[in-house]
Design a binder for this molecule. Structure first.
Ligand code: GDP
Length: 459
């Protein structure tokens, strides 16, 4: 495949130890040879693949930087194309100058993700592996990283391929039987297909069942901390974050705007939003906070409702309780280190709002363990999956899996209604194609190959 040569700065646009400018395409080596002057005076085109060379990048007569150049010849590279990686000093200006130089001598600036896109288009990786690359980069916790690595290694790809093989096997058999009834019998086929479909459905349902957990584990739990001013919301956030980033103060409503923090709790991430406190106010700045807080409440996966247990419940507490009722809420009776003033009937009222009511002290950190346990129970049925079980973390995969399941249900219906066999093929192929979208494959060639190789009619 002939392609133009793309180039980009592959490392962060910030000062650091080293920076990398990457080039890929038919002319990558030629471009590098025009601007790179190796100490050993050799041209890169005459060097072996997977070697590193020391020298200077020159823009005409001007030295741009002292560098190491990594040479990877097609097809043994990330993109399967000739690839050059220039390791330079990690300054933003110097990286930009080198990029400008390679562009001046024939490369074109790459689009975001274009190297990985080429890896996919050139068949080195499938779509799920391509997607895992970005997931690895964006991983926020151990689980997300582990599952992305396993996806990069082809876990999703192999599973989907396996499902598709089972489907195409049946389609190919039906087609063969319709074309050549003498050699391929359909006697008792309905029962056989019914069983195959039922097993396929089970497998897909198992995958779909992992998707909600997958989303939580990958993206984190969108969490909102609510409570009237001074109950200890900022203090709680600080305990969870483990640093003193939020300003903790005695003055009512001083946490004016909304603070968002990511907290890693033994492998799962809470994306926590602390609110300015939900209460009626004339203060405009605070009002912005309050309106947004209400909006966040609507979209939250989890609400942490903080009450000051050293005070009696006030009108405001009841007001907030009503707002969070019916949602996934944990009620935290804070300031457990002080004498509780919450009355019995007030506590009973609170317990009606949520089955999870716990005493904590944001000051001492008491009760935080219990909070973590409850979060695990609520979202992960108490366990975090760290084994090699395949978990669907990608919404695109989830959608296509659901669609494939629907198609298989239609096949089941056709079987129940004793429709002619070629009716099955339509929905089977639909399921096959839909699963193919997950890994980014087309369908026709595969089907042809399968029919002619396995069920060859000429023999
Ligand atoms: P917010 O307005 O809800 O964010 O409340 P803050 O976190 O700013 O806390 C208000 C006041 O309560 C501060 O003086 C905190 O030190 C204090 N506070 C917070 N949590 C506790 C706790 O568990 N015990 C005690 N004794 N004081 C606390």
């Amino acid at each position: 495949m002939k392609t133009d040569t793309i180039a980009a700065i592959a490392t962060a646009m910030a000062s650091s130890g080293i920076g990398i400018i990457r080039m890929s395409g038919n002319e990558a080596i030629e471009v590098a040879d025009k601007i790179f002057f190796a100490k050993n005076k050799k041209s890169l085109k005459d060097c072996d693949s997977h070697t590193i060379h020391y020298g200077y990048i020159m823009n005409e007569n001007e030295i741009v930087d002292e560098v190491l150049v990594m040479l990877m010849k097609a097809p043994n590279s990330y993109t399967r194309e000739d690839t050059i990686e220039i390791n330079c000093h990690g300054g933003v200006l110097v990286m930009q100058k080198i990029l400008e130089t390679v562009v001046k001598y024939g490369a074109r600036p790459a689009e975001p993700g274009e190297f990985t896109k080429r890896a996919f288009l050139n068949g080195r990786i499938d779509l799920t592996q391509a997607e895992s690359v970005i997931d690895i980069i964006n991983s926020k916790n151990d689980f997300a990283l582990k599952s992305s690595i396993s996806q990069l290694r082809g876990a999703v790809f192999f599973k989907i391929q396996n499902l598709r093989e089972k489907i195409i096997h049946e389609t190919a058999y039906i087609e063969s039987a319709v074309d050549d009834p003498e050699h391929f019998s359909l006697d008792g086929y309905e029962e056989h297909l019914d069983e195959v479909i039922s097993n396929l459905k089970k497998e897909i349902k198992c995958l779909l069942d992992t998707a909600d957990q997958g989303k939580i584990l990958k993206e984190g739990i969108h969490t909102v901390i609510v409570g009237k001013p001074n109950v200890g919301k900022s203090s709680l956030l600080n305990v969870l974050v483990g640093s003193n980033r939020a300003i903790v103060t005695d003055v009512a409503g001083t946490t004016r705007d909304i603070i968002e923090e990511q907290v890693n709790l033994n492998g799962i991430t809470l994306n926590i939003i602390d609110t300015a406190g939900i209460h009626e106010t004339d203060d405009i700045v605070e009002k912005i906070g309050v309106d947004r807080a209400k909006e966040y409440l609507e979209n939250a996966d989890l609400i942490l409702y903080v009450i000051d247990s050293s005070q009696q419940l006030s009108e405001e507490d009841y007001h907030i309780a009503k707002m969070v009722q019916g949602k996934k809420v944990i009620i935290l009776m804070n300031k457990s280190d002080l004498k509780s003033k919450v009355e019995k009937d007030q506590l009973e009222y609170v317990k009606k709002i949520s089955e999870h009511v716990i005493m904590i002290s944001a000051k001492d950190g008491d009760g935080i363990d219990k909070l973590v346990t409850i979060v695990y129970d609520m979202f992960l049925n108490g366990n975090v999956t760290y084994n090699d079980e395949l978990i669907i973390t990608n919404i695109r995969h989830k959608n296509y899996l659901s669609q494939a399941l629907e198609s298989l249900e239609l096949v089941e219906e056709s079987i129940q209604n004793h429709m002619p066999e070629d009716f099955y093929s339509v929905d089977l192929m639909h399921a096959y194609e839909t699963l193919g979208f997950i890994i980014g494959e087309s369908v026709e060639d595969d089907l042809a190959e399968e029919i002619f190789s396995k069920f060859c009619m000429g023999k």
